[in-house]
Design a protein around this ligand. Structure first.
Ligand code: IDP
Ligand code: MG
Length: 154
């Protein structure tokens, strides 16, 4: 099973969309391995968005991400990284496909409701960035055997 990181961003908190967003991941069949409300520090954001540090929107992005706490989720599933990115939609919410979180709920390039890890390698680093080992839980769920066929669960 893969694990991937999602951050429910401050615009979603302010708009009361946390439940709706978490529900979409649950409904898909992804399993919650970790979930917490947290304030992001400047240092964490510098690291998390280091690939964007030279972009003109970087300072605005960092300040947006600190307007309220975010909800960090660690989601588990077969090919979870790709499945979660698909549910989120493309970065610019105005262009995101209907049916995706960004496509259904957003109109902004910056305030696009969610962050999701973009590769397995990134996901491993990002889950570590936001969760301690003892905050990630493995447990049997009644749906484990209905979400997947036996030969798909690894
Ligand atoms: P992603 O979140 O879809 O992976 P990235 O390119 O990694 O997109 O950008 C990280 C975040 O930076 C985006 O989710 C969005 O909040 C913000 N962002 C990206 N491009 C722009 C832009 O052109 N203007 C303003 N904010 C942007
Ligand atoms: Mg990204």
């Amino acid at each position: 099973m893969e694990r991937t990181l999602v951050l429910v961003k401050p615009d979603a908190l302010q708009r009361g969309l946390v439940g709706e967003i978490v529900a979409r991941f649950e409904r898909k069949g992804l399993k919650l391995a970790g979930m917490k409300l947290m304030n992001l520090t400047d240092a964490t954001l510098d690291e998390h968005y280091s690939h964007l540090k030279d972009k003109p929107f970087f300072p605005g992005l960092k300040s947006f991400m600190r307007t309220t706490p975010v909800v960090a989720l660690c989601l588990e599933g077969v090919e979870a990284v790709e499945a979660v990115r698909g549910l989120c939609g493309v970065t610019n919410a105005r262009r995101a496909a209907p049916g995706t979180i960004r496509g259904d709920m957003g109109m902004s390039n910056q305030c696009n409701l969610v962050h999701a890890s973009d590769s397995l390698e990134t996901a491993q680093a990002e889950v570590k960035r936001f969760f301690r080992d003892d905050e990630l839980l493995s447990y049997a769920s009644a749906s484990d055997h209905t979400v997947y066929a036996d030969d798909e669960r690894k």
